[in-house]
Write a protein that binds this ligand. Structure first.
Ligand code: MG
Length: 335
């Protein structure tokens, strides 16, 4: 029963997880939170990760009740993500693998999300909506690849929400998206925003510019409240995501939808996806913040699948890459 240790640190979360044969034994995580109105810069984020990663490693092993000898493989996020945070974590993973004399596995972050979602929900062959601060894709598996059916052509949906939170000086603790979700519940007026679905793709940068202007104007005149804007932004961008997911499901004849990524724990998005799935006679699968927000166990789980399928990453290839598409990986562990 192989146990895999996974390191994740591609953005402002750092996590170390342990997975053994479908069981998550430990999954501690820390988040780098910056003041309202600001985002997280790569260098500062890497500094945060470096300061806590060894404590997290110890915490993960203690929680799992394992020692280094019980670990069979070290998995880490190779990409995509922010360069400096990725490097800070890859260096530790590589060092630990050499100190403990264990094989190393570089994991695609997006595939970590998908494999975690499949493990936790038991969805067998879902159409995947992957939505986070850095990624927005609709994905379906076919012939040993996770194929991208649609995606954002500019910024990620979570980045759109995060940057709007900065305009309103909404707290980044625990996350800007969570706080927008709570404010949106008190919104009463739907402000019309651009709706930008282009075939199977979506675009969020124009919506962000529009609502930034609208916020300046409409909040000054009292035409609407910050809560109304949060509500309107969520309703609009989530409707776009539901539309392209539904079209992919129709195309694939899929009866399952799975939401992964940090934006995936938004309950309003889950509710809208649920309505769409019910109308199609399909099932919706989603997870909570422990598993859909970036974490170490998702990298351990994808690593576990890869390890079992015979993958190994040689030290000479154990770097990182900021650009690493979901469909670049050959998925040898699925039929
Ligand atoms: Mg992610």
């Amino acid at each position: 029963m192989p146990a895999v240790l996974g390191f994740e640190g591609s953005a402002n979360k750092i996590g170390v997880g342990v997975v053994r044969d479908g069981t998550v034994l430990a999954n501690p995580r820390r988040t780098y939170v910056t003041p309202p109105g600001t985002g997280f810069l790569p260098g500062d984020t890497a500094r945060h990760h470096r300061a806590v990663i060894l404590d997290l490693l110890e915490e993960a092993l203690t929680e799992a009740g394992l020692t280094s000898q019980d670990i069979d493989c070290i998995a880490y996020t190779k990409g995509p993500g922010m360069g400096a945070p990725l490097v800070s974590v890859a260096v530790v993973a590589r060092t630990v693998a050499q100190l403990w004399n264990k094989p190393l596995l570089g994991v695609n972050h997006c595939i970590g999300h998908i494999e975690m979602g499949r493990l936790i929900t038991g969805a067998t062959s879902p159409t995947v909506l992957y939505v986070s601060g850095g990624n927005t894709q609709v994905i379906a598996y076919s012939e040993h690849r996770y194929r991208i059916f649609g995606e954002t052509i500019d910024i990620a949906v979570g980045n759109c929400l995060d940057r709007f939170a900065r305009v309103l000086k909404i707290s980044n603790d625990p996350s800007p998206g969570y706080n927008i979700e709570q404010m949106a519940k008190r919104g009463k007026k739907l402000v019309e925003l651009p709706y930008t679905v282009k075939g199977m793709d979506v675009s969020f940068s124009g919506i962000l510019s529009f609502i930034e202007d609208a916020a300046q104007r409409m909040l000054a005149t009292g035409e609407c409240t910050p809560e109304d804007l949060c509500f309107s932004l969520q309703e609009t961008v989530f409707a776009m995501l539901v539309e392209i997911t539904e079209r992919a499901m129709a195309h694939c004849g899929s009866q399952e939808a799975l939401i992964v990524g940090g934006v995936g724990c938004n309950l309003r998005l889950q509710e809208m996806m649920e309505t769409m799935c019910q109308e199609r006679g399909a099932r919706l699968f989603a997870t909570d913040e422990r598993f859909c927000i970036d974490n170490g166990a998702m990298i351990a789980q994808a690593g576990w699948e890869m390890f079992q399928a015979g993958h190994r990453t040689p030290l000479s290839d154990s770097g990182i890459t900021q650009r690493y598409r979901t469909d670049e990986v050959e998925v040898t562990w699925r039929d």
